[in-house]
Ligand binder design. Structure first.
Ligand code: GLA
Length: 347
């Protein structure tokens, strides 16, 4: 607790959740559609105002200090510092903060523990310094801080999911207009998050390469964003040079899957939603090439042990999968997957 470390009471106490993406992978930086849901795991911050940063992380049992004149250091404090930095860039008077951070969000990759930390930090700063920011602005500024301060060119999905998500609902977000709608999660089903136990390898490099390939495909097609093409343009897309044709094909088919998936959920057609998850995984494996043998194996086992849909979730290259399983089948599913893939972690 804050009091045990800093011998004073905190002024504010806030939380923000991690997320699991149900459908719509690698579409956000292409202006496309995403469909994430918040996790029941949060990052919580107790904080008080102060100059500069003094932050204790319970998970790492360490306090870190930073004078904000200094740039990023390659550690967890970058995500907190990036929030203060971007707010100052935008002209907000934010001296710093003294904080106690505790996170339940698994840090295994693909579940947005960093977005949860950023959104929680933004919420703490908003409360401490009465900043006139709504939840969308918080997400946008958190993302901008990650791109410009931390130096990773992420899209907007994770921060929006953490900032706008509601328990029990998935967030259908148009990343171009930033319009969104909440759709109830399937009743009688469990959204199972299963970690592969494999750290994400070369994820940052692979992510940036995919982004560059999408930009290249746009240039060839004479457009600004892949959002401007759809499955009606597939003949033009197939004619692009390798691998741009497959990268672009993933993005347009994935956008179509999100739109259809949201309709399927609204019509209580959970089977169809599951099929779309499976198609998404295949596309990520074959066209976008961000899966791994372990993720492929795990997805296959999940389907064999009763899931009606399963796919890798997040950027890929390791990390977690998401599966849709009937509540009544969940225990058997878990036992079956665990027996065949002992490294699996269930959330
Ligand atoms: C990471 C990024 C998101 C998104 C996904 C892939 O989670 O932070 O913006 O691009 O990868 O869908």
């Amino acid at each position: 607790m804050f009091k045990d470390i800093f011998a004073q009471e905190p002024t504010v106490s806030v939380c923000a959740p991690g997320r699991v993406n149900l459908l719509g992978e690698h579409t956000d930086y292409n202006g496309g559609f995403v469909f994430p849901a918040p996790l029941p795991y949060q990052t919580c911050i107790e904080a008080a105002p102060q100059e500069g940063l003094e932050v204790y992380a319970e998970n790492f049992k360490e306090t870190k200090f930073r004078d904000l004149a200094v740039g990023k250091k390659g550690d967890w404090l970058d995500y907190v510092a990036g929030c203060v930095w971007i707010l100052r860039q935008q002209g907000y008077a934010v001296p710093g903060l003294r904080a106690y951070i505790r996170s339940e969000v698994p840090m295994t990759g693909g579940l947005s523990s960093s977005a949860a930390l950023q959104v929680a930090t933004m919420r703490a700063l908003r409360a401490l310094y009465n900043l006139p920011l709504d939840d969308k602005q918080i997400a946008l500024l958190a993302q901008q801080g990650e791109v410009e301060y931390v130096g990773v060119r992420v899209g907007i999905m994770d921060q929006m999911a953490s900032s706008l998500g509601k328990p029990g609902y998935a967030l259908f977000l148009d990343t171009l207009s930033l319009e969104y709608k909440l759709a109830p999660l399937p009743k009688g089903y469990r959204v199972a998050v299963v970690d592969s136990g494999m750290p994400r390898r070369l994820a940052e490099a692979g992510y940036n390469t995919r982004r560059a390939e999408c930009e290249e495909a746009c240039k060839e097609l004479g457009i600004k964003l892949l959002r401007e093409v759809s499955i009606n343009d597939l003949p033009r897309i197939e004619a692009l040079p390798e691998p741009l044709n497959r990268r672009a094909r993933h993005v347009v088919t994935e956008n179509a899957r999100v739109v259809e998936g949201v309709q399927a959920l609204e019509a209580n057609d959970f089977r169809r939603f599951g099929e779309l998850m499976v198609a998404s995984h295949r596309s990520l494996r074959e066209d976008y090439e961000v899966s791994t043998p372990e993720l492929d194996q795990l997805v296959e086992l999940e389907l064999r042990h009763g899931a009606i849909g399963a796919r890798l979730t997040g950027a890929g290259f390791g990390g977690a999968t998401v599966a849709l399983v009937k509540d009544s089948k969940y225990e058997a599913f878990k036992a079956g997957v665990k027996a065949d893939y002992p490294k699996a972690g269930f959330y």
